[in-house]
Design a protein around this ligand. Structure first.
Ligand code: FES
Length: 106
């Protein structure tokens, strides 16, 4: 199943480097020929814990992502284990965002 990888590019995540993360992630996904689309997102509401990356429809949220985390994230996108140490967002917020993404309304 195709995975959408949403990278928050709103102010708080952006000042922590999310734009660079998105560019690097896009490059790595292309290099590995993964069936993954990397897209920008306006804000997940977890601003103080960014940069935030949400993978849909797999319902995975990685918070506080650093460039050095990207190889493991790419591995997880390629069928590897989830990067559990980056799964730090409150479950109720995750549910709101995952449900919103499920509706397709973004
Ligand atoms: S600024 Fe990224 S989650 Fe709000």
């Amino acid at each position: 199943m195709k995975q959408n990888c949403f990278v928050c590019l709103n102010v708080d995540c952006k000042i922590r480097g999310s734009e660079q993360l998105m560019n690097e992630l896009t490059g790595k996904v292309t290099t590995h020929s993964l069936d993954v689309e990397v897209k920008s997102y306006t804000c997940f509401g977890g601003c103080d814990q960014g940069p935030n990356i949400v993978i849909h429809p797999q319902r995975v949220w990685y918070a506080g992502v650093k460039p050095e985390d990207l190889p493991e994230i790419v591995e997880s996108l390629n069928g590897g284990p989830p990067v559990n140490r980056l799964d730090t967002i409150d479950p109720s917020l995750k549910e709101i965002i995952f449900s919103l993404l499920d509706t397709g309304l973004m």
